[in-house]
Design a protein around this ligand. Sequence first.
Ligand code: FAD
Length: 353
Amino acid sequence: MKELWRLLYTQYFLTRSTLVLIFGQCFSNFANIFLPMRVTDHITNAADTVISFEILPPLKGKGIQSLYTHLDPLMECKPAFINVTYHRSEHVFKKTADGNFRKVVVRKRPGTESICAAIMNKYNVDTVPHLICGGFSINETEDALINLNYLGIDNVLVLRGDAAKNEANFEPEPGGHKYTVDLLKQVQDLNHGVYLEEDLKNTMKTKFCIGVAGYPEKHFEAPNMDTDLQYLKQKVDAGADYIVTQMFFDNAKYFSFVEACRAIGITVPIIPGLKPVYSQKQITMLPKVFHIDLPTDLSREMIRCKTDEDVELVGAEWLLQQSRELKKGGVPALHYYTLGKPNLVANVVKEIM
Ligand SMILES: Cc1cc2nc3c(=O)[nH]c(=O)nc-3n(C[C@H](O)[C@H](O)[C@H](O)COP(=O)(O)OP(=O)(O)OC[C@H]3O[C@@H](n4cnc5c(N)ncnc54)[C@H](O)[C@@H]3O)c2cc1C
């Protein structure tokens, strides 16, 4: 009898530990499963303000590790998604040994699509690749979208891109799109299973969630704010699911932009884009490059600073106050342009979480 008990007891423990092993493994596998989500679903399902970051691909030659080093502190803030910018090729003149100049095509920050896949794979987080009209024919755009679909990426931010460095105005690629709305329509076509080769049968439908850019201080080429807003509405009417704004440093500009959008029937989420200031050069560079204003209080404080480290402290405080006020104002998400300052941005986000 004693022997029988010992046998049963041993069997029980063996079976239990086997079950723990099996189920433990199952649960840990389950915890590692990553189900990609659309940006708009993140917003709808979130209990609190969604956080997202925008990063640039590393400079050619730097390697992916430099990107992970940038992302590591940001990932502690548990962002819902990471945007990766797109950088078109540029023509540059390189001096040759005989003293002449040779025109060459260079792409300084390649790899947007594969970086998105690498980030998803490493951090289990959704990514939003930027896709631009400039430098792409419609066939190349279709190929890029098919690649993204194969990689399991269901979000895309569509943009026109700026004029190439050697051009005064934006020139579309031969056989490419002139305005973002045309690129957006191509993404929508694929979402409906319509490919450029019209005779394809039983085609797969993609399910891209499509974001577009909006400008609280007007796009610099638009003749006035009303016209710019009408073109923004055209993008939303063509199927844009949400808007991300150009950076701004005065929240009043964002709130009045949202009001103006709602007044003309734009109902999609409008995500504010935020960027910290961290160097004195930005006092003139930001208005020049991005066509935005720095509020008097902010520029005055930046001018007073003796070093860029002092400017960074001013920038962190300004970003924190902006973030707090926007969060209180009920924005759907806070989108941070992180550039070279992941720790600054991460510290601000941790303060408001
Ligand atoms: C959040 C964000 C992310 C960005 N990311 C990138 C990036 O990764 N890579 C990059 O190269 N650039 C990027 N940019 C910059 C962007 O490409 C430029 O601002 C570009 O000049 C405009 O892009 P858009 O998509 O707003 O263009 P559009 O919506 O095409 O608008 C461009 C101009 O044309 C006008 N317009 C629009 N539609 C029409 C129409 N049908 N007929 C006549 N006029 C029209 C608009 O009023 C505007 O003045 C980004 C900008 C923002 C705000």
